[in-house]
Design a protein around this ligand. Structure first.
Ligand code: PDD
Length: 287
């Protein structure tokens, strides 16, 4: 069955889905995106993703190209046409097509693309594997709270991680504090079992998974604090992990080749993986 993508009002074959050479997303990275996870035919935390998309568009003053109701309909249509039971859906909205000029007209028609990707469904077994991360200086801009497609510093840091045999790079700001991963939020568990993730501000993306994991932590009566932590504190932590819509809760057992805790997936990380997987299976809108 051929993959189908949605591009500016049309359902087209993925293989021949294209945008214009003067799309501002292509030329200036003038656009925003979302990645929503699909598990067992459910869209995970869809409304939170749409709220964040709304916020990103507002920050860049790109008007919503359709109503939210119509947008939701198109999204589900793309997923159904591709028969995705497990995987993700990628959404990108750019300011639109215009003669190349840094300044823009307010009358542009935003471009929308939507497509899906199938992936294997994570199970307790596959999710409980520990990964390595490396650290890299955070050289991104000062509005990392907006989910824009301007991702080059993240691309470079992730490539360095992969070439070092790691899955993610944790980005460290000038104060020596870990901000987040290139495409995930960063978490540690301290020696006295406090769960720590950086507070939300302009230096990080407010992750939807981060938000759901915080709510789970509260339900589970875990002690958690939203505050900055240094790379040194992370290296000496008891446990560490990343969260994102595609990585879910991903255990980290080494940072810069130094073992975290016992160098194994820790008990609090395990509890959160288990609870996040069952949260995904129970709470979300089927399409
Ligand atoms: N990335 N921080 C950054 C910089 C991210 O790019 C992402 C997500 C996250 C986690 O956010 P969420 O839990 O809402 O997925 C944090 C997506 C998955 C991506 O770019 O593919």
């Amino acid at each position: 069955m051929p993959r189908v993508a949605y591009v500016n009002g049309r359902y087209v074959q993925h293989i021949s889905a294209t945008v214009h050479i003067e799309d501002r997303g292509f030329q200036f990275a003038d656009g925003v995106y979302e990645v929503v996870s699909i598990r067992k035919q459910r869209l995970i935390d869809l409304e939170m993703h749409l709220d964040r998309l709304n916020r990103s568009l507002l920050e860049l003053q790109v008007p919503w190209p359709t109503s939210r109701r119509v947008f939701r309909f198109i999204l589900k249509e793309v997923i159904q046409r591709n028969r995705v039971a497990n995987g993700s859906v990628y959404i990108q909205i750019t300011r639109g097509v215009a003669n190349r000029d840094f300044a823009y007209s307010k009358n542009l028609k935003p471009s929308i693309i939507i497509y899906t990707r199938k992936t294997r469904q994570d199970t307790l077994e596959t999710a409980n594997v520990g990964y390595k991360v490396i650290s890299k200086p955070d050289i991104r801009w000062k509005r990392c709270d907006i989910k824009t497609v301007s991702l080059l510093p993240a691309v470079m840091a992730k490539q360095a991680a992969v070439e070092a045999g790691a899955v993610e790079a944790w980005l460290v700001n000038k104060q020596g504090m870990v901000t987040e991963g290139t495409s995930s939020n960063a978490w540690i568990v301290t020696l006295n079992d406090e769960l720590i993730t950086r507070h939300v501000d302009n230096e990080i993306l407010s992750g939807v998974t981060r938000n759901s994991v915080l709510k789970l932590a509260q339900k589970l009566n875990l002690v958690f604090v939203e505050r900055a932590f240094s790379l040194n504190e992370a290296i000496h932590a008891k446990e560490a992990f990343c969260t994102s819509s595609t990585a879910l809760v991903k255990p980290v057992i080494e940072i810069d080749n130094k073992k975290i805790g016992k160098g194994k997936v820790g008990p609090i990380t395990k509890i959160l993986i288990e609870n996040y997987l069952s949260y995904m299976d129970t709470h979300h809108e089927a399409y």
